[in-house]
Design a protein around this ligand. Sequence first.
Ligand code: AMP
Length: 482
Amino acid sequence: MNLFALLDQAASRFGERGAVYLGARQVHTWAQLRERALRLAATLGQPGTRVAVASENRPEIIELMFAVWAAECVYVPINYKLHPREMGQILEDSGATQVFASPKIAPTLDAPLEVIGTPAYENRFAGEALAPPVTDAETLAWLFYTSGTTGKSKGAMLSHRNLMAMTVSHLADFDAPDENCSLVHGAPMSHGSGLYVPPYVLRGARQVIPESAAFEPDEFLDLCESHPGCSAFLAPTMVQRLVQTGRSCPANLRTIVYGGGPMYVDSLKKAMAAFGPVFVQLYGQGEAPMTITGLRRHDHVDADDAVLGSVGYARSGVDVAVLSDDGTPAAVGEIGEIVCHGDVVMSGYWNNPDATAATLQNGWLRTGDMGSFDDRGYLTLRDRSKDVVISGGSNIYPREVEEVLLEHPGVIEAGVVGAPDEEWGEVVVAFVVGDVTVEELDAHLLERIARFKRPKRYEFIDELPKNSYGKVLKRALRERLQ
Ligand code: AMP
């Protein structure tokens, strides 16, 4: 099984319909997209070649992705918001010998490359098309470089089988698009939005790339008015920005899948009040792409806070468990490390046997996330194990404190970390964005959570530091305390 088969099928069923759009404009039909991918594939070199793509969201990303698979090469997308030094590290680590970069990114990279969209790039489509191959499903398809919130980025090795499992699970659990639907690429295509290309291509849904090549809330909402049956993957911070526009749900918006970072209950309720029941939650990581647990659209309807604050239940085809410190399954309600296994789980990290051995154990992926199941099977994520604050011997989960801080009307953003302390080992420190005083926050928390969980210190700042995918960088917050 080769993921190219998904495009093959769409092209034979929907050949003359629009496949790729830039804003409102149709760029290619499915038949054209298939032909372009196969011609481009013929220029990429031997199977196994790592092909890096460093670009903001552009229509060409779709043809590059399928060309790489047709050539049995390995797709290595690079987040365009990374620092050139970080991009260089990924190029070096992956050993990419074919590099495609957008005109904006190309001048910042110190590597031989092809600039997307130039005459030289277009020249690659002049030759013969490759014949679509039959491929062993274990073949490496994608090197997914983790976002590196906890250190240097590692390349999770994802095979055609892994991505096919992700595709089937998405179609079974979350969304059932057809040829009258669209996937709007609001979030970066090097990450979640790009991973969702395969399921929507299989169903012949339009691939819509915003003209801004980025996430502009008003542009995104306009696209969901003009294209049919729109779905999108967005980070929680992007959902908040949609709500802040004050606009109501666009006529054709079907599904917003949010995930990749915590969505606080208060923010989720505001989003549902503004847009209605269009939300799906996913919990996943590059190592098990887009697929560990989730909440479907109707799980959000009339749900209690425990459900809305959870990351849902195990996805189709994935076993999920919580392990105690001694490695045995944790009891209901007990917090431990979340592990999972299934066809979606990576085979290891590229060129990194130590990290692979630490992460894949007895067939299970150790996620590094802490959480607990309730008696209904809903998983609540606490924090990454490294972010848990241990104060006076008690574990304090920053997310819990952040949730409560965000319930205060004066708080816009909150990030909680531990600061070293002689007496307590660590104490809780809250970074707060908003218009509120320490006394008001203290009074607010006293009414809602245990005393020992209250921050001992507040730092008021203009904005929380975030990485290029919008994840709050706890590491950067801790550095500020030193
Ligand atoms: P990445 O591999 O860059 O996608 O990051 C994956 C990490 O993001 C997970 O291990 C979690 O810590 C976090 N994450 C993903 N989905 C969620 C979610 N729905 N709620 C809270 N955190 C999430």
